[in-house]
Design a protein around this ligand. Structure first.
Ligand SMILES: Nc1ncnc2c1ncn2[C@@H]1O[C@H](COP(=O)(O)OP(=O)(O)OP(=O)(O)O)[C@@H](O)[C@H]1O
Length: 312
């Protein structure tokens, strides 16, 4: 019999998983999985350790149920292993960027349909030094917003909370001098920020990384070069509509490997990995092609076909 380990955050979102735990377990059992569950605690790395333990015990399927923070930890617990179990998710967080990128519904019944189905796809993840990420790695102006916006404000006004905090922080932004190698090319200069995206769903900005795909072994790589205050606002405004990549102060490329170092010894650029603090530069980012096998919605095939048709 197949085995599944459900690693869930009982507090994420509106405690959706905790309230529906019996339903989820029942669905998985009916689909032929002998299932057990682990509730995470606030202790840092709890979901990561639980995921690793599950893999070591030989579970066939590990399910991360919670927000992007929980998925990030589960992926970090499994990514280094040679024998990685199949990955599944139940989106139950505030942002759920990763689930949105995969087209997995927040509706628990639909999310269970995906877990109980047999539509499996290989997906890429990112590696930064010895850490892993699923959506995005970023550094520079405004990238610290994800942990600076108070949870209460997020609950109250949702996405708007980021814009409010962003406006508050804008006057403080300044450039950093960096050297970046990406797939054999070189960029040296002053930048406001950079983004390395594995999915096109980043903090609610769905057009920030227009060509990012979870299955092509490449990142969408964006640099915002040194700008004036007005230019930066202009770029941010264009980014909302996905029209920023042609702005003269934006450099956009696709790359499998990106290495970034700060040139000014005094300066520091802190990294944000999937909304979590990721340490500081220098760093090397590598796209790990098809690193996980994942249960995904069947409808993705139709969507991919449509996208392929519009591309030609
Ligand atoms: N039992 C728990 N009680 C309180 N906090 C917890 C518990 N389990 C996990 N956490 C914390 O929850 C955070 C991860 O939250 P998660 O990403 O799952 O949901 P979210 O923050 O609601 O959603 P999102 O990340 O999508 O915005 C981690 O900081 C983790 O330490």
């Amino acid at each position: 019999m197949k085995t599944a380990r459900l690693i869930y955050n009982p507090t994420s979102g509106r405690e959706q998983i905790r309230k529906n735990l019996a339903y989820v377990m029942e669905r998985l059992e009916k689909a032929g999985y002998e299932t057990s569950a682990h509730a995470t605690t606030p202790e840092e790395g709890c979901a990561k350790r639980a995921a690793r333990r599950a893999a070591e015990r030989g579970y066939d399927l590990v399910i991360a149920a919670g927000g992007d923070g929980t998925i990030f930890e589960v992926v970090n617990g499994l990514a280094e292993l040679d024998d990685r179990p199949m990955l599944g998710i139940i989106p139950a967080g505030t942002t759920n960027d990763f689930a949105r990128a995969l087209g997995i519904s927040k509706d628990i019944t639909k999310a269970c349909d995906v877990l109980c189905g047999d539509h499996i796809e290989p997906i890429d993840i990112g590696k930064m030094n010895d850490k892993y990420f699923i959506n995005i790695a970023a550094a520079g102006a405004l990238t610290e917003l994800t942990y600076e916006v108070p949870i209460k404000l997020k609950t109250l006004v949702g996405q708007l909370a980021y814009y409010i905090k962003g406006l508050e922080k804008l006057p403080q932004i300044s450039p950093t001098s960096v050297r970046i190698e990406y797939d054999g090319k070189l960029f040296e200069g002053d930048i406001m920020m950079f983004l390395i995206a594995n999915t096109n769903s980043v903090g609610g900005f769905e057009k920030l990384a227009p060509r990012a795909s979870l299955q092509d072994g490449m990142f969408d790589f964006l640099i915002v070069k040194k700008t004036t205050f007005t230019e930066f606002i202009q770029v941010a405004g264009l980014a909302l509509r996905g029209e920023h990549i042609n702005h003269p102060k934006v450099m956009y490329a696709q790359a499998n490997r990106v290495k970034v170092e700060v040139l000014d010894g005094e300066a520091e650029m802190k990294l944000n990995l999937d909304g979590e603090r990721g340490g500081s530069l220098p760093a090397e980012f590598v796209n790990l092609y098809h690193h996980f096998q994942m249960l995904t919605p069947v409808e993705r095939d139709k969507k991919k076909l449509e996208n392929a048709e519009t591309d030609h």
